[in-house]
Design a protein around this ligand. Structure first.
Ligand SMILES: CCCCCOc1ccc(S(N)(=O)=O)cc1
Ligand SMILES: [Zn+2]
Length: 260
């Protein structure tokens, strides 16, 4: 498409297949997770997430989401265990959310949409870099956490307080000493399946690990997410919201559960 991909009618998920034909591939994400159709797998290990807050670098509005980027030149912040083998390094985390509290998540649970979804993106250290890993079937592992309307979340508030400096596309500010483990739910039971990036280039390189338990977000905090802009400085302001891809066909894939 003459303009980049986005979430509008002219360049949104229904149009991505024009430039990224893998959009109709066999292992696309997100999906609707139907608990009654998942299979408990006793062989699945517990997740081990070891994050070093000193590896957080900056917070960025990339025009599609808000992202916190981490130093990934050492094994300081890693994911091990769970459905994966080996060690994966944390590269970044970001969110997807809706224009109203009744939608916004990418994965859904028996058709239920949550107001937002957190993605913690990790890459397999058997490959030299994130970019190399992103093109490999076992290259990436993304931990998804649903945000559910409830009490104000103080850990989330630290992020939201940085939004005033990154309202417009392609703006970023330093964001040091942030511990992403403070965004994880207390229980790390999860569903897992083989999938893809949920934005272009939609590469089919992601082992998805979706937490059963959500974390809270208040309606006011959701409003703060919606105050970010898709648009750049000097452009007509366009609020960043509904930056989620809807569920994709399962195409015979099995979803496993780490819990009964
Ligand atoms: C090879 C360059 C890829 C740049 C894009 O990286 C992404 C895109 C989507 C996701 S998500 N929503 O599936 O977690 C994670 C990372
Ligand atoms: Zn994402």
């Amino acid at each position: 498409m003459s303009h980049g991909w986005g979430y509008a009618a002219t360049n949104g998920p229904d149009k991505w297949g024009e430039n990224f034909p893998i959009a109709n591939g066999p292992r696309q994400s997100p999906i609707d997770i139907v608990p009654g159709e998942t299979a408990f797998d006793a062989a699945l290990k517990a997740l081990t997430l070891k994050y070093d807050p000193s590896t957080s670098i900056d917070i960025l509005n990339n025009g599609h989401s808000v992202q916190v980027t981490f130093a990934d030149d050492t094994d300081s912040s890693t994911l091990t265990g769970g459905p994966i083998s080996g060690k994966y390094r944390l590269k970044q985390f970001h969110f997807h959310w809706g224009a109203s509290d009744d939608k916004g998540s990418e994965h859904t649970v028996a058709g239920t949409k949550y107001p937002a979804e957190l993605h913690l993106v990790h890459w397999n250290t058997k490959y030299p870099s994130f970019g190399d890993a992103a093109s490999q079937g076992d290259g990436l592992a993304v931990v998804g956490v649903f945000l559910e309307i409830g009490a104000d979340n103080p850990q989330l508030q630290k992020l939201l307080d940085a939004f005033d400096g990154i309202k417009a596309k392609s703006t970023q500010t330093s964001f040091a000493n942030y511990d992403p483990s403070t965004l994880l739910p207390g229980c790390l039971d999860y569903w897992t399946y083989d999938g893809s990036l949920t934005t272009p280039p939609l590469l089919e390189s992601v082992t998805w690990i979706v937490c059963k338990e959500s974390i809270s977000v208040s309606p006011a905090q959701m409003g703060k997410f919606r105050s970010l802009l898709f648009s750049g400085d000097g452009e007509a302001p366009c609020c960043m919201m509904d930056n989620y891809r809807p569920p994709q066909p399962l195409k015979g894939r099995k979803v496993r559960a780490s819990f009964k």
